[in-house]
Design a protein around this ligand. Structure first.
Ligand code: NAD
Ligand code: 6OD
Length: 496
């Protein structure tokens, strides 16, 4: 079998695992991957059992000992660019697969997910060519001295455990630097979105990436593929994006064999809107940060603090903009918001909608499940929702919901805004909206997060450090920071 999806056009196309450069039927069980737009079966997926995970890790290890382990940075950069080109050549296939798995509007995926999937390979192809290490000349008693220089070596076999919200983008954000540095990877895509990681196996083969360098194993977390992979003694490092609670479980698994981890975890991000902002831009940016991807973006805003003089106007304008969001067919250009990823996630988000009502929230807009006609009635759509009036102690204001919703509260001073924005166990991202740049610098320096935007949101130069403070993550990736995780430094000391 040499194709990602076998039996295409039949009732139940089967998505295979990709091990050692081939699509294989490893494992005995399959699970269903359903389209969240209408509940249709997208494909059956082969769940990788413990022996399939063993096979993938062994293939990765063999690849490191083979020709891949002897490639130069220049050769790997050329191969990575071919992977980027391969994704762009098959853009429509990747787009269709991502939209079917996630339900997100094709307009969004075609501007962000797929191009960024390709760009990640080009960015790290550039990065690997400019990577340097340090050298120190030291004095010795005989006067001749010694020269110390560091060399970078690949870390080894990297487990890449991925979430479902931006499947190709977030997976390639880890795979590209790992391969640029000469590692081999075993990817565990989310069980909700298995398709684009599998298609990428075909692109890897077409690009000439040697067998065993890129492997994909499908399945769930605890008691399944994710746990088998993260506990596997043959894995040398784990990079993970997902929920903070899952990060805790993976950290325990990593501890068993003392492996390093790089974690991008949950958030409960704040926007701080000062009265001196450009209100049009603040509304436009907050609309995106709250509702893009149906609110399923780790960097998204779920807490909005607005300076009191513009509080009422801000709430009214955000409500008016949210009322214009159009739910429905992701391939329809008019659709601006898709469904949540699954019925299970919808139940979780609706439970927060119920908690908000029970806690006495003022529901500005939304607050429930929409009534849609067939076929969307079977989908996991949910209403875009805005609340005011909740105490800061409410779990709706403290816990990550990961849905298209936010709570808006007024503040009276800069100091109060900073205190409230920082009052969270998370520390991923914040947006500040003000036309006063002195204030922007002052506030940004006090906000306890990995990334602060001023008058923008989701603007990313991929060379910058990316990651979270507090319980939002461990470590930084992006540019040279990724290279720090995907390589190990060894010092050589030469007596002269
Ligand atoms: P999740 O933690 O439920 O699952 C992520 C992956 O981990 C999946 O592949 C899953 O199968 C696997 N997994 C689950 N339990 C496991 C275990 N015990 N051992 C090994 N693997 C396990 O996250 P999700 O629901 O897919 O994604 C949403 C979450 O991800 C949100 O909390 C969001 O904030 C976070 N996220 C963070 C970032 C970031 O950059 N900080 C980016 C995207 C998503
Ligand atoms: O842009 C990125 O590289 C990145 N890691 C985005 C994360 C989005 C979270 O959902």
């Amino acid at each position: 079998m040499n194709q990602a999806i076998s039996g295409v056009g039949t009732a139940h196309p089967l998505l295979s695992n990709f091990i050692d450069g081939r699509f294989v039927d490893a494992g005995t069980r399959t699970f269903e991957n359903r389209n969240p737009v209408n509940g249709d079966l997208v494909n059956l997926v082969r769940e990788a059992d413990a022996s399939a995970v063993d096979a993938a890790v062994a293939a990765a290890r063999r690849a490191l000992k083979g020709p891949w382990g002897r490639t130069s940075e220049q050769e790997r950069a050329v191969l990575l660019r071919k992977v980027a080109d391969g994704i762009m050549r098959r853009f429509d296939e990747f787009l269709a697969a991502e939209v079917r798995d996630t339900g997100k509007p094709a307009s969004l995926a075609s501007h962000i997910d797929i191009p960024r999937g390709a760009a990640n390979f080009n960015v790290f192809a550039d990065q690997i060519l400019t990577l340097s290490t340090e050298t120190f000349r030291m004095a010795t008693p005989d006067g001749a001295g010694a020269l110390n220089y560091a060399i970078r070596v690949p870390r080894g076999v990297i487990a890449v455990v991925c979430p479902w919200n931006l499947p190709l983008l977030l997976m390639t954000w880890k795979v590209a630097p790992a391969l640029a540095c000469g590692n081999a990877v075993v990817v565990k895509p989310s069980e909700e979105t298995p398709t684009t990681a599998t298609l990428l196996g075909e692109v890897m083969n077409e690009a000439g990436i040697p067998q065993g360098v890129y492997n994909v194993v499908h399945g769930f977390g605890p008691g399944s593929t994710g746990e088998f992979l993260t506990r596997h003694p043959g894995v040398d490092g784990i990079t993970f994006t997902g929920e903070t609670a899952t990060g805790t479980a993976i950290m325990k698994a990593a501890a068993e064999h003392v492996r390093p981890v790089s974690f991008e975890l949950g958030g409960k991000n704040a926007a701080v809107v000062f009265a001196d902002c450009n209100l049009d831009k603040a509304i436009e940016g907050t609309m995106r940060s709250v509702f893009a991807n149906c609110g399923q973006v780790c960097l998204g805003t779920e807490r909005v603090y607005v300076e009191r003089p513009i509080f009422d106007a801000f709430v009214e304008r955000l409500k008016a903009a949210a009322a214009k969001l159009k739910l429905g067919d992701p391939f329809d250009k008019a659709t601006t918001m898709g469904p949540l990823i699954s019925q299970e996630h919808r139940r979780k988000v609706l439970s927060f909608y119920d908690k908000a009502k029970a806690a006495g929230a003022n529901v500005v807009i939304g607050g429930g499940a929409p009534k849609l006609d067939a076929p969307f009635a079977e989908g996991s759509f949910i209403e875009p929702t805005i609340w005011t009036g909740l105490p800061e102690t409410s779990s709706v204001v403290r816990d990550e919901i990961f849905g298209p919703c936010c709570h808006i509260a007024p503040f009276d001073s800069e100091e109060e805004a900073v205190t409230r924005a920082n009052d969270s166990r998370y520390g991923l991202a914040t947006s500040i909206w003000t036309e006063n740049l002195t204030r922007a610098h002052r506030v940004a320096a006090q906000i306890e997060v990995g990334i602060t935007w001023v008058n923008s949101w989701f603007l990313r130069d991929l060379r910058t450090p990316f990651g979270g403070s507090k319980q939002s993550g461990i470590g930084r990736e992006g540019g040279v920071h990724s290279m720090e995780f995907y390589t190990e430094l060894r010092n050589v000391c030469i007596k002269l």
